[in-house]
Design a protein around this ligand. Structure first.
Ligand code: SAM
Length: 335
């Protein structure tokens, strides 16, 4: 491998400047679309990256051009050494952000601020406490709701992620948009995606087109404003005229954004995934522990990245269940 080779550029010309690191497979919620009903086999602790290993691997990616790191999981805040992980990663020249279910985030406001974390994505799939309980199998709605308000008050940039499922929360699309009326947040509707064990089928998914149908029935055309999406954005962004916040749709199923994908994922047990939908992964942790360089493994993994959705380039392919069972469940990938 030549010294000057850009190991984070794939064969489709995409540069990968964004690394999402899963810190843990554990979570304090049990979302039905994320964790299989009969739970998951947790990796033994010795197979998980220590904070030093997370830092070493992150440093290698930063050396090769990563400028953004997002911490995810499982629930990243349930990891006991999260303060030191934040501190170590904040010493790198990256924009550091986090995706959390926000159940316990009130206890981390100061530490997130101290480490320059300004952008927080919070998952919330319903504004109705009983539906929240149904989907997460936990009674934590009030904490999450109050913590979203707290994060806004504390000056964080907050995006709220809602996975839409037909007949469950599609009737809340307009309530979620109205939630942005007096709050400067972005609500992002995510098309329900297939992963191992989440009983996905196309008929449960609410598509981008369906969301926009609800929106156009509820608001006047002149009040629905299409916003400029940021480069490498996974979402199509809109706002309602006069509202403080905005809303967006992440259409990984019906309208994937693979052309501008700049993301790589590192699982809590040190496996590199070149795509959320990829059925393969590359073991960085074993090599790191053996004192071997990990660059050539990263290079190979990036070069192997498919143009579209881990090779599932058509909806027909995406609907083949055997392909999802080769992938992990979302909770062990880190969304
Ligand atoms: N615990 C954190 C949280 O709740 O945000 C981080 C991990 S969670 C796996 C990250 C994101 O993945 C969440 O926004 C969640 O809604 C999303 N997600 C999980 N399973 C999904 C699926 N099947 N389809 C679409 N999004 C999914």
């Amino acid at each position: 491998m030549s010294e000057n080779k850009n190991i984070l550029q794939d064969t489709h010309g995409r540069d990968h400047a964004y690394l999402r690191i899963s810190l843990t497979e554990r979570c304090n919620l049990r979302c039905t679309y994320c964790m299989p009903a009969d739970g998951i086999q947790l990796s033994p602790k010795s197979h998980l990256m220590t904070y030093e290993e997370i830092y070493e691997i992150a440093k290698t990616f930063v050396k090769h051009g990563v400028t953004k790191i997002r911490l995810t999981g499982g629930e990243p805040l349930v990891r006991k050494d999260i303060p030191v992980i934040l501190e170590k990663l904040a010493s790198l020249p990256v924009e550091l952000s986090i995706t959390s279910n926000a159940v316990i985030i009130d206890k981390f406001v100061a530490i997130l601020k101290a480490n320059g974390v300004n952008k927080i994505n919070v998952s919330l799939d319903s504004l109705d406490a009983s539906k929240f309980k149904h989907i997460t199998r936990r009674h934590e709605f009030k904490k999450v709701y109050d913590n979203i308000l707290l994060l806004v008050k504390e000056g964080f940039t907050v995006k709220v992620n809602a996975v839409l499922m037909k007949g469950f929360n599609d009737n809340e699309i307009i309530d979620f948009i109205n939630f942005t009326k007096d709050l400067p947040i972005s609500v992002r509707f995510i098309e329900f995606m297939p992963f191992d064990g989440n009983k996905w089928d196309m008929s449960k998914m609410v598509s981008y087109a369906e969301v926009m149908k609800y929106v156009s029935e509820a608001f006047k055309e002149k009040d629905i404003i299409r916003l400029q999406d940021s480069p490498n954005d996974t979402s199509k962004n809109y706002k309602i005229k006069g509202y403080q916040g905005s809303f967006a749709i992440i259409s990984s199923v019906t309208n994937p954004f693979c052309d501008s994908c700049n993301r790589l994922r590192l699982t809590a047990n040190g496996q590199l995934k070149n795509c959320l939908f990829s059925a393969t992964e590359s073991d960085l942790l074993t090599s790191l522990r053996a004192g071997k360089p990990i660059e050539s493994i990263i290079d190979k993994a990036v070069q192997a990245k498919f143009k579209v959705r881990g090779g599932m380039d058509t909806l027909k392919k995406l609907q083949k269940p055997d392909l999802h069972s080769k992938n992990r469940s979302m909770i062990t990938i880190g969304g």
